[in-house]
Ligand binder design. Structure first.
Ligand code: ARG
Length: 584
C-alpha cells in the first residue's frame, strides 16, 4: 500500500463511521487498485461486503458513504458503479505533485521504516572443505538482496555467514592431512593442497577403507574438541583454504558477509542442553538427549525427536542453531532473525524454533523466520548437474555466464557494425553475465524450484537482467543523443497528458509500496516484477511520446520522466545486487 492508498483508506473509514456508525471506524474499506482505467485508479467494494450486516442494499450503502466522503484534494468526485462499487480516480494535479516530489527526493519516495530495528540475515553459509553448490548460490543471492532492501529501509542489518566449520568430518580431514602433508601441521605457512574438494573425497575414501584410519580420525575429533594445539592449527589451515575459495565467489558476486561459523557457538552448547533440562523439556531416547516435538510425527505416528546431544555426548547442527538463536537474541539484540536456506531444511528450523519457543527463549517482540527456497534444476527438469553428472562448480557456472554474455555481445556488436575496446567488452560481459544469474534467481517466486537456463537468463527479451539493463541504457542514450544533463532539468517540471505518461507515472509512484512489500514478505521477486513492469511501461511511453523532438515545456517534462525512470531502475536493481551500465 502506498501513501496515497493509505490516506484514502483513512478517509473512507471516516466516511463509513459517519454514514453507518462509529463501530465502522476501523473496518477494512477493502480498497484495491483497479486493472481497468475505466473504473478509475482505486476501487472499494466495502458496501457489498457490509450489505448483510448493515441490512441495506449495497448501492444505498455506497451512496451513504460517498455522501460523507471528502477526498477532493486527491480524487475527482467518487463514482458508484455496478452493484455498489466506489470508484476513485486520482486528480491529475495530485499525481503531478506526487511525481514531482518523487523527482526531487534522493530516496525516490521510499519511506524509511517507522521502527528501525536490528535484523539478522543468516545466508550463504557454505561448509568448510565441501563444495559451495547452487543451493548456496541461491541463498547468497537471495540473502544479499533481502539484506540490501532491509538496509535501505533503515534497519540495522547484521549479515551472518553461518559457515559449517565444525563437526566430526574434521577428524577425518586432519588425520588425512597428517598423512599426506605432515609439514603442514607445524609450519606457519598457508596450506597449498590444491583443490579442497578432491582432498575431501580422498580423505573420505581413506576413512571408508581403513579401520585404523577411522580410529585415528575419532581421536583427532577428541583432540580438536579439547583444543590440542597442532590439531587446532590444522583445522585453521583447512578453514583458511576454504575461506579463500569462498571469497572468490563473494568477490565475483559483490557480497558483503560477516563470518560467524558454527565453531563460534561451541562454548555455548553445554548451556543449551542444561537449560533445556531445567525447562523440563529434555528426554532420553536411545541414549541421546532429545526434545520431542509437538505436531511432528513419523510415518508410524510416533512423535519426532529433536536430538540435541548424541549418545556419544557430541552436539549437532540443531544444538548449534539453538545456541546461535539465543546468542542472536540476547547478545546481538536482534528483533528479527531471518534464515535463508533451501526448503529441505524446513523441518530442521521448525523443530529448532519450536524448542526455543517452548523453552521461553523467544521474547514476544522477536520474530523468527525461515525463508526457504526451491531447488535449482537443469533444463531437463532434473537435478542440476554437469554433462558428466558431477555437481556444477559455482566458479565454472559464473565464468560460463560471463563467457556467454561476451559471445552474445560480440555477435551484437558485429551485427550493429560497432567497434568497442576490450575493456568495454570485458566490463559489459561481466556485468551482464553476473546480473543474469542473479536476476534469474531473484525473479522467480523463491519457493518454487527453478530451471537454470543460460539461454533464457541472457535473453534481451522477457523478464531478464539484460532486458532491464537495456531499458536503463535506453534512458541514458536519450540523454547522450540530446546532449542532456539530467541533473540540470530543474524541478517541478513534470506534467501529464498522454495515457502512457499517466500509466508510467502511476507505476513509478508504486516503488515505495513494492519495496515495503519485500521488507514484509521477504520475496524479492516482487521487486523484480515491479521493475519489469516499469521497463515495459517506460518502453510504451517511449514508443508513444516523442521526447527529444517535442516542444517545450513538454520536452523537459518528458526528459524528467526518463530521468526518473532511470533513477528508479538503478535504485531497484541495486537493491537486487545488480549494477547498471551506461551503454551495452
Ligand atoms: N551450512 C548449512 C548448509 O550448507 C547451512 C546453514 C544455514 N544456517 C543455519 N543457521 N543453520 O546446509
Amino acid at each position: 500500500m502506498n501513501a496515497t492508498q493509505e490516506q484514502l483508506k483513512v478517509k473512507l473509514q471516516q466516511a463509513m463511521a459517519a454514514a453507518l456508525g462509529a463501530e465502522y471506524a476501523d473496518a477494512d474499506p477493502i480498497l484495491a487498485t483497479t486493472n481497468n482505467p475505466k473504473f478509475g485508479d482505486y476501487q472499494s467494494n466495502v458496501s457489498l461486503s457490509l450489505a448483510k450486516k448493515v441490512g441495506q442494499q449495497p448501492r444505498a450503502i455506497a451512496s451513504a458513504i460517498v455522501d460523507k466522503l471528502d477526498v477532493s484534494d486527491i480524487c475527482e468526485s467518487p463514482e458508484i458503479a455496478g452493484p455498489g462499487f466506489i470508484n476513485l480516480r486520482l486528480k491529475t494535479a495530485y499525481l503531478e505533485a506526487q511525481i514531482n516530489a518523487m523527482e526531487v527526493d534522493s530516496r525516490l519516495g521510499v519511506q524509511k521504516a517507522k521502527y528501525p530495528q536490528r535484523e539478522i540475515v543468516d545466508f550463504s553459509s557454505p561448509n568448510i572443505a565441501k563444495e559451495m553448490h547452487v543451493g548456496h548460490l541461491r541463498s547468497t543471492i537471495i540473502g544479499d538482496s533481502i539484506a540490501r532492501i532491509l538496509e535501505f529501509k533503515g534497519h540495522d542489518v547484521l549479515r551472518l555467514n553461518h559457515v559449517g566449520d565444525w563437526g566430526t568430518q574434521f577428524g577425518m580431514l586432519i588425520t588425512y592431512l597428517r598423512e599426506v602433508y605432515p609439514q603442514a601441521l607445524t609450519t606457519a605457512n598457508a596450506l597449498d593442497i590444491g583443490d579442497l574438494v578432491s582432498f575431501y573425497k580422498q580423505a573420505k575414501k581413506r576413512f571408508d577403507d581403513d579401520e585404523v584410519f577411522q580410529e585415528a580420525a575419532r581421536q583427532e575429533v577428541v583432540r580438536l574438541q579439547a583444543g590440542a594445539e597442532d590439531t587446532i592449527h590444522a583445522w585453521k589451515l583447512l578453514c583458511e583454504q576454504s575461506r579463500q575459495e569462498f571469497q572468490v565467489i563473494y568477490d565475483l558476486l559483490d557480497i558483503q558477509l560477516q563470518e560467524r561459523g558454527e565453531s563460534f557457538y561451541n562454548p555455548l552448547l553445554t548451556a543449551v542442553v542444561e537449560d533445556l533440562e531445567k525447562a523440563g523439556l529434555l528426554e532420553e531416547s536411545e541414549g541421546a538427549k532429545v526434545v520431542f516435538l509437538e505436531g511432528f510425527t513419523n510415518k508410524e505416528g510416533q512423535p519426532l525427536p529433536l536430538i540435541v546431544q548424541k549418545s556419544d555426548g557430541g552436539y549437532n547442527y540443531a544444538t548449534t542453531d539453538l545456541a546461535a538463536l539465543r546468542h542472536r537474541i540476547e547478545k546481538e539484540e536482534a528483533k528479527r532473525l531471518i534464515y535463508i536456506t533451501d526448503s529441505g531444511q524446513g523441518g530442521h528450523f521448525a523443530g529448532v524454533f519450536q524448542v526455543a519457543q517452548r523453552a521461553g527463549w523467544i521474547p514476544d517482540d522477536v520474530e523468527i523466520v525461515h525463508v526457504p527456497f526451491g531447488l535449482v534444476l537443469g533444463e531437463d527438469g532434473k537435478k542440476f548437474k554437469t554433462r558428466s553428472g558431477d555437481t556444477v562448480r559455482l566458479r565454472d557456472l559464473l565464468d560460463e555466464a560471463v563467457f556467454r554474455a561476451r559471445k552474445d555481445l560480440e555477435a551484437r556488436l558485429k551485427e550493429e557494425g560497432r567497434t568497442e575496446t576490450q575493456e568495454f567488452i570485458n566490463h559489459v560481459a561481466e556485468v551482464v553475465g553476473i546480473s543474469a544469474v542473479k536476476y534469474a534467481d531473484l525473479s522467480q517466486n523463491r519457493t518454487t524450484d527453478y530451471k537454470f537456463s543460460f539461454d533464457r537468463m541472457l535473453s534481451l527479451k522477457g523478464n531478464t537482467a539484460p532486458y532491464m539493463l537495456y531499458a536503463y541504457v535506453r534512458t541514458q542514450g536519450i540523454a547522450r543523443s540530446g546532449n542532456i544533463d539530467f541533473t540540470q532539468l530543474g524541478s517541478g517540471k513534470i506534467f501529464l497528458k498522454e495515457e502512457t505518461e499517466f500509466t508510467l507515472a502511476k507505476h513509478l509512484l508504486q516503488l515505495d509500496a513494492a519495496i515495503s512489500e519485500v521488507e514484509q514478505e521477504l520475496l524479492p521477486n516482487r521487486l523484480c516484477d515491479y521493475l519489469y513492469q516499469l521497463s515495459d511501461k517506460f518502453n510504451k511511453f517511449y514508443e508513444n511520446c516523442p521526447v527529444l523532438k517535442s516542444q517545450e515545456p513538454v520536452r523537459t517534462s518528458r526528459l524528467a520522466l526518463c530521468d526518473l525512470t532511470a533513477r528508479t531502475l538503478k535504485l531497484g536493481l541495486s537493491l537486487l545486487g545488480i549494477r547498471v551500465l551506461e551503454r551495452m
